[in-house]
Write a protein that binds this ligand. Structure first.
Ligand SMILES: Nc1nc2c(ncn2[C@@H]2O[C@H](COP(=O)(O)OP(=O)(O)O)[C@@H](O)[C@H]2O)c(=O)[nH]1
Ligand SMILES: [Mg+2]
Ligand SMILES: [Zn+2]
Length: 303
């Protein structure tokens, strides 16, 4: 019988059968070493074959993944943590304040999505906390990401209507990601109060939420619309990306690359580089380029 993995609890997986029933299943022995590169061979969103033996369900086959979103499991680790598989899109929730999301985090996440061919929207939440100046600086970031092709929303989950979000997620399987405390669980609760997910207080000292969501979990809003709530992540270590390819994941670099003197320009030390010109003239955001260089130079991206 075919099922979809709803939650991974280490040794156990909660899976949804074709008939809608959710059961707990373990991994058949032959699947345990399926993917030594990853922290778990089976992840949330995976389509699997399950069989019942003596009233126990066991996962016996993994169907090919349409895509997946992975990051480095912990710093310096060579293993990757696959956050979810077979998603239609990612919603990256970012906040300028309480907690602050850096552009470095945003850009790394966007690169991971581009690398895996997963559409991503950037949701700027907690706009209610911002004063006029902060709103202006948010606007310039918002407009820039919009200009280079990302769908963006400005919102306060606590104070605004969620119609724009509902439209965005309708009929899709969406991964919700972002730092701890940005409002991921708040959003899902507001979409369906029956879920009653615990939300965290923001601690004054760190301006970060405590980790109240410890496992990723799927929430079905209706028959065709599902969200994955994920534990907040602090950093986003990229995995298995070739250094030379990183610039391909910056849409505004791709668009202008043909004007660089060298067709294989990586925009670091090459002469007559169009990307560098566009930075001096303010067309390309300096933070985008700085974050690009930091990804390009970082040793933690391995092949
Ligand atoms: N001011 C403000 N607070 C919010 C908003 N959305 C969520 N929060 C608060 O931020 C805190 C963390 O929210 P939570 O949903 O647990 O974040 P998560 O860690 O991303 O799941 C909670 O205290 C929420 O009430 C918002 O739009 N404005
Ligand atoms: Mg949460
Ligand atoms: Zn160049």
């Amino acid at each position: 019988m075919v099922a979809v993995v709803q939650k991974s609890l280490g040794k156990y997986f909660s899976v949804k059968k074709n008939d809608g029933e959710i059961v707990t299943a373990t991994l058949a022995g032959k699947l345990r070493n399926l993917d030594a590169d990853s922290t778990s061979p089976i992840v949330i969103g995976d389509k699997v074959e399950i069989i019942n033996q003596n009233d126990d369900w066991s996962i016996v086959q993994l169907f090919e993944r349409k895509n997946f979103i992975a990051r480095k499991s912990v710093k310096l680790s060579k293993r990757r943590h696959i956050i979810a598989a077979n998603v239609d899109q990612c919603l990256l929730i970012v906040t300028k304040k309480s907690p602050k999301t850096s552009t470095s985090f945003i850009d790394r996440f966007l690169v991971a999505c581009e690398h895996n061919n997963v559409p991503v929207s950037i949701i700027f939440n907690k706009t209610d906390l911002l004063n006029k100046e902060e709103l202006q600086s948010l606007d310039s970031l918002f407009n820039y990401y919009k200009k280079i092709g990302y769908s963006c929303l400005k919102i306060s989950f606590e104070h605004d209507s969620l119609e724009s979000i509902k439209k965005l997620i309708k009929g899709k399987f969406s991964l919700i990601s972002g730092h701890s405390g940005v409002g991921k669980s708040t959003l899902i609760n507001k979409l369906n109060p029956n879920f009653n997910i615990r939300v965290s207080e923001i601690s004054d000292y760190h301006e970060q939420g405590k980790h109240t969501t410890t496992f990723s979990e799927i929430y079905d809003l209706d028959n065709e619309t599902s969200l994955i709530d994920t534990p907040g992540i602090r950093g986003f270590g990229l995995v298995k990306i070739d250094r030379k390819d990183i610039s391909k994941y910056f849409p505004e670099f791709v668009q202008n690359q043909h004007k660089c003197k060298y067709s294989n320009c990586v925009h670091i030390n090459e002469p007559s580089c169009e990307i560098k010109k566009l930075i001096s003239s303010g067309v390309i955001l300096l933070s985008r380029y700085d974050n690009y260089c930091s990804m390009f130079r970082s040793e933690d991206i391995y092949r």
